[in-house]
Design a protein around this ligand. Structure first.
Ligand code: ASP
Ligand code: MG
Length: 421
């Protein structure tokens, strides 16, 4: 069995869905578990719908639901020209259920409500894609991921129960291949032991592919994307990007830790545990080699990768009593930062000062200054950028630092990081 994952962009309109069918037709005699995300930007729209419900704004709610429905109906009109197709009824029922939520109660637990509603994007998408594939004579079984992926009760960020999920995959998903070549299911969503819907965190469909591959002992996973593979930098910020031909699981985790965003960071771990290779391939050029992520690290060092983070703020804390920065005051500083829910991108200390780099927009500056003002002198510097280079050399460093003011630098054997103004 192979696992394929098609993200929102690969099912964003009727043309894209037809392209999915043509990719699947390249694998006529392979057992495929196909994971799909919500179409286009539907998940964002569903998040707005949750906010409208929460604030009891009927007019906004209805307007947004109408837009989401029209978006899906447009796509269906191009895929299923006649209204007799059963999919029209299925979709109508899903939207009826959504509209009824305006009349029902909205519980205190917003995350719970969020998951019950936002999961609809994947349900719609998987129903539409599977109906289309069946129309095109593919042998498909639609499977409800809310019966397969078991999580705990952490709504919006469900933690997978691996033992139970593996059991469900073995009992329900694998046997479905006895009478279908393709099992088509939803990314991003799961269920609790009581059967409530959970989600796995935004962009979690990649992770679903990893979970199903692990539990179903797949031969490989392929994530189909609108880029030719994993690139060594984000093309938005960097000219002349290069495709990475092969990298190790460990390198993929390192890159995502530093902020590379091609695959969801949780995806690699289950694959690494069972040594299942992950391919990142282009849905526009499906026969081209993409990137393979696997156990071997022999090619990790061949191409330097660049990861950029903008809108960074550097805060430096100096104890007012001129005490050294040692364990005691570090633990006080960390305690306060964790109270503020600050996520640190980089840190550094000297004898008398401790510095952190954070996402400027995520930190409430005044609150932070207030919390530290009695014991520390706090200085800050905003509008900085952080550049991380994996497998750097002098030329690559020169390339990113040239003409910039360098505030902090850190180098280890394979990684160089620069805070620049
Ligand atoms: N549809 C979900 C999201 O947009 C999951 C995903 O696309 O991976 O976050
Ligand atoms: Mg997506």
């Amino acid at each position: 069995m192979l696992v394929f994952k098609f993200g929102g962009a690969s099912v964003r309109d009727a043309e894209a869905i037809k392209n999915v069918a043509s990719i699947l037709s390249l694998y006529p005699s392979t057992k495929l578990t196909v994971v799909v995300s919500a179409m286009g930007k539907s998940t964002n729209k569903l998040e707005e719908i949750v906010h409208a419900l929460e604030s009891k704004n009927h007019a906004v709610f209805s307007g947004l639901v109408d837009e989401l429905e029209a978006f899906h109906l447009d796509i269906m009109a191009a895929l299923f020209p006649e209204k007799h197709y059963k999919i029209y009824q299925t979709v109508e029922e899903l939207f009826d259920g959504l509209r009824k939520r305006m009349e029902g109660p909205f519980s205190e637990n917003t995350s719970f409500e969020y998951d019950q509603i936002v999961s609809l994007g994947e349900v719609l998408s998987s129903q539409i894609v599977s109906s289309y594939l069946i129309e095109q004579d593919f042998s498909v079984r639609w499977m409800d991921a809310r019966k397969i992926i078991r999580t705990n009760h952490t709504y919006q960020e469900g933690k997978v129960d691996w033992t139970k999920t593996e059991q469900l995959v073995q009992e329900q998903l694998i046997p479905a291949f006895q009478d279908a070549n393709i099992v088509l299911t939803q990314g991003f969503i799961g269920h609790t032991s009581e059967g409530f819907t959970t989600t796995l965190g935004r962009e979690g469909s990649d992770y679903t592919a990893g979970i199903l591959a692990y539990c179903g002992q797949a031969e490989s996973v392929t994530i189909w994307k609108d880029v030719p593979g994993m690139l060594n930098a984000d093309p938005k910020y960097f000219a002349n990007t290069k495709k990475l031909e092969a990298i190790s699981f460990k390198e993929a985790i390192e890159l995502s830790y530093y902020g590379a965003s091609v695959i969801h960071p949780k995806t690699i771990q289950p694959l690494q545990n069972r040594n299942i290779p992950l391919y990142v391939k282009s849905f526009l050029d499906p026969t081209a080699d993409g990137t393979i992520i696997h156990a071997s690290s022999s090619k990790d060092h061949l191409i330097p990768s660049y990861i950029f983070k903008f809108d960074q703020a550097l805060y430096s804390f100096t104890p007012k009593d001129f005490s050294f920065i040692v364990e005691e005051n570090l633990s006080v500083i960390f305690g306060k930062l964790s109270d503020l829910n600050v996520k640190i991108n980089l840190m550094q200390n000297s004898a008398l000062s401790f510095s952190i780099l954070v996402d400027q927009k995520k930190v409430k500056r005044e609150e932070l200054l207030h919390l530290f003002q009695h014991e520390y002198e706090v200085k800050y510097n905003e509008n900085l950028s952080l550049v991380t280079i994996r497998h750097y050399d002098d030329a690559t460093i020169q390339q990113v630092t040239e003409g910039k003011e360098l505030l902090v630098q850190q180098r280890t054997r394979h990684t160089a990081r620069f805070v620049l103004k």
